[in-house]
Design a protein. Structure first.
Ligand SMILES: Cc1ncc(COP(=O)(O)O)c(C=O)c1O
Length: 391
């Protein structure tokens, strides 16, 4: 039992089962079992060479040991603004970005700056679990808005509209989505942003996987003409540059919003890690397109996973255009947590239960093709096939 003085809303938050599943997977591996993880929301590639070189070189300079300015290194902010402007196709200045300690930190920074206790925040579902946890931690109410289209998981205004009330402060888009890999389609996104702007509701758009769209282009919520009125974008270098452990990401919002967010930044962390910002600056300057060079390989892995799942009569997945994920329906599954545990114990495959991403995710499993390579994906889906065939 947690001490009674811990806030009840924090006590009520459920940690997703990632850590227990990974700990059990490590135990099984240590016991000699051939565990394959399809649980990891990470890409397989390392940080680009210029980032590593910049970090090495930074260690020889005294400023690496000091605080950076609260909103981030000016050089990184300016370069990032330039890159985002050309990628998204909108005007972005250095003052419109705050460098954060990763995407999750950018999200909590946005919530702390913009959302009051008691506000409602709509999460199109299945949602990214950490979004729901952060909304609850902020004292706001997370409202699950399930996607009507359970094959493509496209997020549509018609899914969101019935949940909008006078208390709605924001709608969170996850584009492309963790856990479904579905990008927000440009027509849907423009409609959602427009309808919300008219109602004075914010869009908090987590575009962590903006550089992981394999067919067609990424649509950013910051591409609508008057995005500054109600849009905040979350981004990160974790996935694009394989820098998860470096803890560096960003918030993109109108300069007037960033100016307020910097107060919270100063009180929370002062600044993102200086060495990580230096490494990210080199990556943004020298190899912004780095993640795109892995698209062919990721498409290949997605195809292998799709073929493997298509051979399992009880599993159903319509491949999505981005992210690192398959969100597959399992016929007859009413307890995805139990199924996921069973798959680990009996098939030695790590999957993530769909119910971790909201009640509407029950009956699904999230499988990642970001880390496992093609032979492992083939092996893993073969094991799933035999598991469901009862072999
Ligand atoms: C949608 C989404 N947002 C944010 C994050 C967290 O990223 P970061 O490492 O930058 O905090 C993740 C990580 O899996 C994610 O999938």
């Amino acid at each position: 039992m947690p001490p009674a003085f811990v806030r009840s809303r924090i006590q009520g938050i459920e940690l997703p089962p990632f850590d227990p599943l990974n700990t059990r997977a490590a135990e099984l591996r240590a016991a000699g079992h051939p565990v394959i993880s399809l649980g990891q929301a990470v890409p397989f590639f390392p940080p680009p060479a210029p980032a590593l070189e910049a970090a090495r070189e930074a260690l020889t300079r005294p400023e690496v040991h000091r605080y950076a300015t609260d909103p981030g290194l000016p050089g990184l902010r300016a370069l990032l603004a330039e890159r985002l402007a050309s990628t998204i196709g909108t005007r972005v200045t250095r003052d419109d970005v705050v460098i954060t300690a990763g995407g999750n930190h950018a999200f909590t920074l946005a919530l702390t700056t913009l959302v009051d206790a008691g506000d409602e925040v709509i999460l199109p579902a299945p949602y990214f679990t950490n979004h729901q946890m952060a909304v609850v931690a902020a004292g706001a109410t997370a409202i699950e808005a399930p996607a009507a289209d359970r094959a493509t998981f496209a997020v549509r205004w018609t899914d969101i509209e019935p949940h909008v009330t006078s208390r709605t402060k924001a709608v969170v888009l996850c584009n492309p989505s963790n856990p479904t890999g579905a990008p927000v389609e440009p027509g849907d996104g423009a409609r959602i942003a427009g309808e919300l702007a008219r109602r004075g509701v914010l869009v908090i758009s987590d575009e962590t996987y903006m550089q992981f769209v394999y067919d067609g282009a990424h649509w950013s919520a910051a591409s609508v003409a008057d995005w500054r009125q109600n849009v905040v974008v979350i981004g990160t270098f974790s996935k694009s540059f394989g820098m998860m452990g470096w803890r560096v990401g960003f918030l993109l919002a109108d300069a007037a919003v960033c100016e307020q967010a910097v107060k919270v930044q100063d009180a929370m962390i002062i600044c993102a890690p200086t060495i990580s910002q230096m490494a990210a600056e080199a990556a943004v300057r020298d190899c912004w397109s780095y993640p795109l060079s892995f698209h062919d390989e990721l498409r290949r892995r997605r195809a292998v996973l799709a073929e493997g799942l298509a051979a399992i009569p009880r599993m159903h997945w319509t491949p999505t255009r981005g992210g690192l994920f398959a969100f597959a329906r399992v016929d007859g599954c009413a307890d995805s947590a139990a199924l996921s545990r069973d798959l680990l114990e009996r098939a030695y495959v790590v999957t993530i239960p769909g119910a971790s991403f909201g009640a509407s995710g029950e009956g699904f499993l999230r499988l990642s093709y970001g880390y496992a390579d093609a032979p492992e994906l083939e092996d893993a889906t073969g094991r799933l096939r035999r598991f469901f065939a009862g072999a």
